[in-house]
Design a protein around this ligand. Structure first.
Ligand code: ADP
Length: 302
């Protein structure tokens, strides 16, 4: 159903009373090492909702690469998704303080080595999907290659330009579904030289540049979306006690993609996506917090 062209990041997190000053060493109150990265989150999120998921993720020939392999296996994702390259596996370090503020450094490592040749090799698998998904924790060239091949084969594409970098016009033209959070939407508007104004004006301007569906997520203010030729839809966030908002966007995007490949109308897909986002916000971490259908439907029914 879905083909995820994405990243893997081994995420180290430490809980500290406050952020350390330069040169200072602090004792941390807790430490975790979790499998992460936007690509893995998307793939696991979609798989847990019952979708068949394939894809391409690059890791190194090192212990963090083995961790990625174990995480894929644990999530029921195909081992063929993993590509071992001669670079260290992507890894990140985050310090979370008592105020909930975080300082993070991410080293892309192997993620930057996922290239067009790897996409070309996987082309046979890619065009069997109903939708190809990509985010920006990997390089430009493989995404352009994958989306070009997908569009030529009549396969839908979903782009979430996160973390933000400018989106080339050709890539935007090859994008079927564009998903942005508020920060990315503002950055894309500026990059395209579009005037500031209501989100719906930006959505309309983006629909004119290729995508068939544009979605903007607004955190606890929910999300809005429009399909070409359709009305503006708004979806409030589901009220949950927020524990940790990291990964909300990935869970939302996975939920949206699964609903759309199941041919749900956009309004219903938005509702399911918002429920998936709420599930991740209500629990610590991302990997273990990504909902299955039962967890998603419990939020929808509440
Ligand atoms: P990102 O994680 O990419 O910054 P958002 O913060 O916009 O993305 O969150 C994505 C979606 O997750 C939102 O549209 C909303 O449906 C859901 N969500 C985010 N924060 C909350 C929250 N505090 N309570 C409930 N739902 C939330």
């Amino acid at each position: 159903d879905l083909f995820v062209l994405g990243s893997f990041v081994a995420a180290c997190s430490a809980m500290v009373a406050r952020q350390p000053r330069p040169g200072e060493t602090l004792e941390a109150q807790a430490f975790w090492l979790d499998p992460g990265g936007k690509g893995l989150n998307l793939a696991v999120g979609a798989r847990r909702l019952g979708a068949r998921v394939d894809g391409l993720v690059a890791v190194g020939r090192d212990p963090f690469g083995d961790m990625a392999e174990a995480a894929l296996r644990r999530a029921g994702l195909p081992a063929a998704m993993l590509r071992r390259v001669d670079a260290p596996t992507g890894a990140g370090i985050g310090l979370v303080d008592a105020a909930g503020e975080n300082c993070i450094a991410v080293f892309p490592g192997a993620n930057a080595h996922l290239d067009s040749a790897a996409v070309a090799q996987a082309a046979g698998r890619l065009i069997r999907a109903r939708c190809v998904l990509a985010q920006f924790e990997i390089g430009e060239a493989p995404i352009a290659e994958a989306f070009r091949r997908a569009r030529a084969a009549g396969v839908a594409t979903l782009l979430n330009p996160s973390p933000f970098r400018p989106v080339p016009a050709a890539l935007l033209a090859d994008t079927t579904i564009l998903v942005l959070n508020a920060t990315e939407a503002a950055a894309l508007r500026e990059d395209l030289g579009l005037p500031t104004g209501a989100w719906e004006d930006l959505v309309a301007a983006l629909l004119a540049r290729g995508p068939r569906i544009v979605v903007v997520t607004l955190g606890e203010r929910g999300a809005l979306a429009r399909e070409a030729g359709g009305p503006l839809l708004t979806q409030p966030a589901f009220p949950v006690a927020a524990v940790d908002t990291i990964g909300a966007g990935d869970a939302f995007t996975a939920g949206l993609a699964v609903a759309l490949v199941e041919n749900r109308p956009l309004a219903e897909a938005l509702r399911q996506a918002a429920a998936c986002g709420a599930c991740v916000v209500a629990r610590p971490g991302v990997f273990d917090a990504l909902p299955d259908r039962a967890a998603r439907d419990a939020i929808l029914a509440a």
